[in-house]
Design a binder for this molecule. Sequence first.
Ligand SMILES: [Zn+2]
Length: 194
Amino acid sequence: MNPAAYWVIIVLGASALGYFLFRAFRGLRTYFELRGKRLVTCPENHQTAAVELDAKHAAHEAVHHKPQMRLSTCSRWPERKDCGQQCLGQIEQAPEDCLVHNIVINWFSGKNCVYCGRSISEVKEWWVDHKPALLTPEKKTIFWDEFPAEKLPELFNQCAPVCWSCNVTEKFRREHPELVTDREPSDLRVRYIK
Ligand SMILES: [Zn+2]
């Protein structure tokens, strides 16, 4: 074969591979950008709703053309399953700001545990393995992700931050009060708990 023909084949092959990788990268990037639960204000009742975008479908579309966003879940479904998904505009305007992950990190960052006084965000792996909790007005501590996501904005106004260790301790105290003997309470405990 003519050496020039080899070069033509190599250049065409490299171009095809580059084009394929570019498309695949666009699909993957779309998937990672759109996945995750988000909070929006439902245009129908003006209350907070927790929604998820159909990231897999959008990633598949992004391989070929600009993807159309659509919801895959909503806390108001199935009652409002046939809504017009008008809330998508809010996500398009601020896709990062409405992510539950970011909302929760922003709220806990800079806050101290009401039991031990430690900074929540300074706890090692506080987001991965040592997730923080909330102290409710009923004086009960619950991990933040045990609440429905759409309730979080309201709960953040009513609850106090609790670190992972103190939540585990308080849970043990609630479930086995006969095994716990309190020492002198700290100032924080006196102020917030007693
Ligand atoms: Zn603590």
